[in-house]
Design a protein around this ligand. Structure first.
Ligand code: SF4
Length: 333
């Protein structure tokens, strides 16, 4: 392990100002990604600012609370387990609870935070192996996955520089629910970013993964009131039933009235370089009668333009079937 300086943050200002002067500095929350990657020498921070003490100073950071005009505010230090088992989340946004419980293991969910989950890094094996070329880890060093074993990699939103899949289940549900990410800078400025715009496509710069600035702290995630989100569901297909990343997943909410699809939310995981909201699938559904034909039309729209590589061609049909199954199960609720 390399040496690094460690500091426990005394306030949000202290955390953001401490980190702003050191480009290698990292904030530590649950540590379930950061410590893992430090052990592999993929992350090599000289300075770590532990933000866990902030939960005792600002209770909003660890709270799950209804918003005045409907919806929910989730503090960024809320642990994934606490969010998954929260009564309001289970009742009003079951897709979020299910996505969280589909992720990682019980022990990891007890540590991992909402803010950290949004920023968790890809599980691409070549990214985690410092002997291999990886444009995300070391810009300009090439992408070993393009001609490597790319079975787990993305088929939507890829570029010639990177095809890594985003690993988060939680973010797939949140992006389907129109979540907004609240952040605060070292100057005290606050801004709100729609989650759908928070993660970046790899393009020419896969090393840039989100629009978050280095000196910004995620403070909360807001969910708008979506009454029909009570009829929502998450299905994750993976190699084993626990503690595995998605080959394909779908987060769906449907507003059904007299058998007609009045509104829909569709997002997919395991297939995109970012949590993949599919507006085209939603458009394909709205106005149709709930039926197998509607589900298949949405699935065809969602995967239109997918670009597989040598070992992940199977993901196209798998993702379509995952979405069809999720839509049909939500309709049957
Ligand atoms: Fe690196 Fe992305 Fe290529 Fe994986 S897919 S080796 S993360 S550049």
């Amino acid at each position: 392990m390399r040496d690094f300086h460690y500091k426990r943050a005394k306030s949000m200002e202290d955390a953001t100002r401490s980190i702003s002067g050191d480009p290698t500095a990292k904030m530590l929350a649950g540590g379930t990604t950061l410590i893992d990657l430090m052990k592999l020498y993929v992350e090599r921070p000289d300075f770590i600012v532990d933000i866990n003490p902030l939960g005792k100073i600002s209770s909003d950071l660890v709270a799950i609370a209804p918003l005045a005009h409907g919806g929910l505010r989730i503090g960024s230090l809320v642990r994934n387990s606490d969010l998954a088992w929260n009564d309001l989340v289970k009742r009003d946004y079951p897709v979020l609870s299910e996505a969280l419980l589909a992720g990682a293991s019980g022990q990891i969910r007890n540590m991992a935070t909402v803010g950290g989950n949004l920023l968790q890094r890809t599980r691409c094996e070549y990214f985690r192996d410092t002997s291999m070329g990886c444009n995300k880890r070391e810009p300009g060093s090439g992408c070993s996955a393009l001609d490597g074993f790319n079975r787990m990699h993305a088929i939507l939103g890829t570029s010639e520089k990177c095809i890594a899949a985003n690993p988060s289940d939680m973010s797939v549900a949140l992006v389907a629910l129109d979540a907004q990410v609240r952040v605060r800078s070292s100057a005290g400025a606050e801004r709100t970013i729609p989650l759908v715009d928070f993660h970046l496509l790899p393009g020419e710069h896969p090393e840039r993964e989100s629009v978050l600035h280095h000196d910004e702290l995620i403070t909360a995630v807001d969910l708008p009131a979506i009454p029909f989100a009570r009829r929502s569901h998450y299905i994750k297909v993976r190699d084993r039933s626990s503690y595995a990343f998605a080959l394909a997943s779908a987060a769906v909410a449907l507003d059904l009235r007299d058998g007609m699809i009045h509104d829909a939310r569709v997002a997919m995981g395991g297939v995109g370089t970012k949590p993949w909201r599919s507006h085209v699938a939603e458009k394909a559904l709205i106005g149709l009668r709930a039926s197998d034909d509607a589900w298949r039309a949405a699935a065809e729209a969602a995967l239109h333009g997918a670009k597989p590589h040598r070992y992940n061609k199977f993901k196209i049909e798998l993702a379509k079937r995952t979405l069809v199954k999720t839509l049909s199960e939500v309709a049957a609720m």
